[in-house]
Design a protein around this ligand. Structure first.
Ligand code: 13P
Length: 340
């Protein structure tokens, strides 16, 4: 496999001080997000929302790539430009979510597995014609004293690795996303234990499927206490998360782009900043947030075109705060700075 093109895509995506915007909510997920502002999820509203996000002025200063949903790849901005082309014109790499979502894992009550491998190569060829250059696949792990089972850890790792291998063969940079869920009242130590098992299994599977580590990116969850438990300081989250990554993620992986996973926008930023204050690591530590970038913007928009500029300002403010977090320079006082 010639990985020159893949590595060019990776280089564009890891550019300092940027991160990724995840705007790849499936139709059921975006329907839940729209319900929070009382908006119906139809194709027109979804297109309008993605137009607000993708045309935000100065977005490219802090965002190097956007993960799109399949439907958005085929849609056009207000001025008629296809969204993937609009992103390319702005110097932002377009990508696409390619998994088909999660289902219960047979014979493993409480565990889930992600589907979407059948026909993946053919779908990637179509997405490539539409302009996508990287892909994303999310596996989820429920946490309890007994979950995830060893079977769930192994099967999700296998699917992530098969997906990554197929992507590289089709010229796509795979973003490998194992998400240890925040739901529950588990301790940060339990999350750390599960995250370490999960990442070990994922990199073992990637090796078995001969995935080129230099031509992929990792999108993990941070090591956090369950949302029903006590909050942890950014310093504690940073120490636990970076310790696990250093044990499990080979230095050949160019970038680690965290998901936000239900943290508040400010929390996700502060935790990323604390990690980048721990000193140089083998990989870039950046962001690939959906909710933690979009929530304030969606609340400002409320489905009304008259609020588009305010929504774009809210989005770009969060992206800028996270770009500073990637450099370890973010301070909560910056949230109030003029011009936001
Ligand atoms: P959140 O940042 O909202 O967790 O979403 C990231 C993502 O891409 C989930 O798959």
């Amino acid at each position: 496999m010639d990985t020159t093109q893949l590595q060019r895509t990776v280089a564009a995506m890891v550019q300092a001080p940027k991160g990724l915007l995840a705007a790849d909510e499936s139709n059921p997920t975006i329907a839940r997000r729209f319900a929070s502002i009382g908006l119906d999820s139809n194709e027109q509203n979804r297109r309008a929302w993605r137009d607000v996000l993708l045309t935000a002025p100065a977005l490219a200063d802090s965002v190097s790539g956007v993960i799109l949903y399949e439907e958005t790849l085929g849609q056009q901005a207000d001025d008629g430009t296809p969204f993937p082309k609009l992103l390319e014109q702005r110097g932002i790499v377009p990508g696409v979510k390619v998994d088909k979502g999660k289902v219960p894992l047979a014979n493993a009550p409480g565990d889930e597995v992600t589907e979407g491998l059948d026909g993946l190569a053919g779908r990637l060829q179509r997405y490539r014609e539409q302009g996508a250059r990287f892909a994303k696949w999310r596996a989820v792990y429920n946490v309890s004293p007994t979950l995830p089972s060893r079977l769930a850890v192994k099967e999700n790792a296998h699917a992530l690795a098969r997906y990554a291998a197929i992507c590289q063969n089709e010229g796509f940079v795979p973003i490998v996303e194992p998400e240890v869920l925040i739901d529950g009242d588990h301790t940060i130590e339990r999350c750390r234990e599960v995250t370490e098992q999960v990442l070990r299994a994922v990199f073992h599977a990637l090796d078995r499927q001969r995935v080129v580590l230099e031509a992929m990116l990792l999108k993990p969850s941070m090591v956090l206490p369950g949302k029903g438990g006590e909050r942890a300081t950014p310093e504690a989250v940073a120490q636990h998360t970076v310790a696990v990554l250093r044990r499990t993620v080979p230095a050949a992986v160019p970038g680690v782009f965290f998901l936000s996973g239900g943290q508040s926008p400010e929390e996700a930023t502060a935790n990323l900043a604390a990690m980048n204050r721990l000193g140089p690591q083998p990989w870039v530590l950046s962001f690939s947030y959906a909710r933690a970038l979009q929530e304030p913007a969606l609340a400002a928009w409320r489905g009304d075109a008259a609020n588009a500029v305010a929504a774009q300002q809210a989005l770009v403010h969060r992206a800028r705060m996270n770009a500073r977090a990637r450099e370890g320079r973010y301070q909560p006082a910056m949230e109030n700075e003029a011009g936001r």
